[in-house]
Design a protein around this ligand. Structure first.
Ligand code: ZN
Length: 161
């Protein structure tokens, strides 16, 4: 496994529409492992393939407290969404910033796993937000365009002098 370089806002790859995954081969399995490692290394709750420069419809998410339950979603599609939640959101491609974004409070998503077996995942709260945010990446959309009142700076421990 290897940590991949996370593309930052301004990189045009983040604004492109990703292509469907046709088959899970060895190269894709390596990409999946690398994306999971990269997400954990950056302390994110989700990462989409275009964020590491690969325009494929592939997302990894882990909203668990322990950070030991990665979900792999290939060709995810939102089937249903309900309700609203408004809260702060960040993105590994937009470091040091947060913005307030309204998302559905419930989503039902169809996707494929590493064996290209179809599955359904339902998410509320943070999982619904993460699913919506990551699937947006596959369509070249960043949360910054949905942020109410623009972005704010966050100061992490590494930014303190
Ligand atoms: Zn993001």
């Amino acid at each position: 496994m290897a940590i991949r370089n996370i593309r930052k806002i301004g990189d045009s790859v983040l604004n492109k529409v990703s292509k469907e995954v046709k088959e899970v081969n060895k190269k894709l399995l390596i990409l999946i492992d690398d994306m999971i490692e990269t997400m954990y290394d950056a302390a994110g709750v989700g990462l989409a393939a275009p964020q590491v420069g690969i325009l494929k419809r592939l997302v990894v998410i882990d909203v668990s407290e322990e950070g030991d339950s990665p979900i792999v979603l290939i060709n995810p599609v939102i089937l249903e969404s309900e309700g609203e939640q408004t809260g702060d959101e960040g993105c590994l491609s937009v470091p040091g910033k947060v913005g307030t974004v309204t998302r559905p409070n419930y989503v039902k998503v169809k996707a494929y796993d590493k064996d290209m077996k179809e599955f359904i995942i339902e998410g509320t709260d943070l999982l619904a937000r993460a699913l919506s945010h990551e699937i947006d990446h596959l369509d070249g959309k960043l949360y910054v365009d949905k942020a109410i009142g623009g972005l704010r700076n966050v100061m992490g421990p590494e930014d303190e002098e």
